[in-house]
Ligand binder design. Sequence first.
Ligand code: TXA
Ligand code: MG
Length: 342
Amino acid sequence: MPPPEFTSPPVDPVAIARAVEVLKRGGLVALPTETVYGLAADATNDAAVRAIFAAKGRPADHPVIVHIADAAALDDWSREASPAAHALAQAFWPGPLTLVLKRSARVSDRITGGQDTVGLRAPGHPWAQAVLRGLGRPLAAPSANRFGRVSPTTAEHVRADLGVKPDGAVDLILDGGACPVGIESTIVDLTGAHPRLLRHGFIARSEIERVLGVKVEAADPTAPRVSGSLERHYAPATPLSIVPTEALAEWLAARRDRKMAVLAPAAVIEAWPADQLPFLALPAPQEADDYARTLYADLRRLDAAGAEWICVVTPPAGERWLPIHDRLRRAQAGSRPVDAEG
Ligand code: TXA
Ligand code: MG
């Protein structure tokens, strides 16, 4: 499959030039990628990279992804990149795939959290591409949210969560529209004997296996420091439960007096018990890619609705739904109320 093509608002050269200036000075720029907004700093500037951790409130031993313009930069920022790494870069870059490789001497401990490996990704979003090419250096960029919160998919999300200096944490927010993929990149670790999937994303495991011609194993749960693999992550502040359609009636009956915010298929919303109408009901997209694109914006709306509980009706099964189930499970785990009632 060729790399996915996405649409975005036309690149604004003036805004890009400002962003490049800020980055050259060692500042922090929040910018759109096809997956989520990233909080970017010049990857070759240690002080700037350190500022990312401070802005996010992120522990210093969590590695950040290095964003490069294209596959030609792969060997500058990693070492011993295998034919498999080059094949995946060829197939999916620029695009929503991160490769974990042995780091080259150019990558600092700040970026890797002291590990000997580096996550590399060439983002396909035209705005991110324009900044990378304008700067002429890679960008260290985690998702532009406070540690443990839902990733941002619009400039407004970043403004609300991190904010702009002097009151906030970011020097500049580039508004390049809503992110077309909507969930973080797929991460594949190529540093072991077998390729491993560290994070589900838009590029499915089967697509990676098709390119590599070998099985891709699941993440090793004992492996260190993939913050996306922490149980409590992507968490809304309101308790969230994932409820299968067939269990919904009983689940709701046990929570009669609760104000609910709901993400469910339109048909389920239409059939909602009339004596228990939800505070806010968002119709869930039927296609996995659409669901993923709107997931984080939906979670934010559900969280902000003033409800006591977020009820997400279990999405369909199938490979393209795996990254969604993954994010929802983490949102549920991160939000679980102390009384663990549901
Ligand atoms: O789509 C994305 O990947 C977005 C956009 C901005 O590119 N970035 C993103 O970054 O999601 P962040 O920092 O929120 O998540 C990066 C994940 C973390 O779970 C981190 O632990 C993992 O990548 N990671 C980075 N470098 C790694 C390494 N060397 N080994 C293992 N995991 C690594
Ligand atoms: Mg993140």
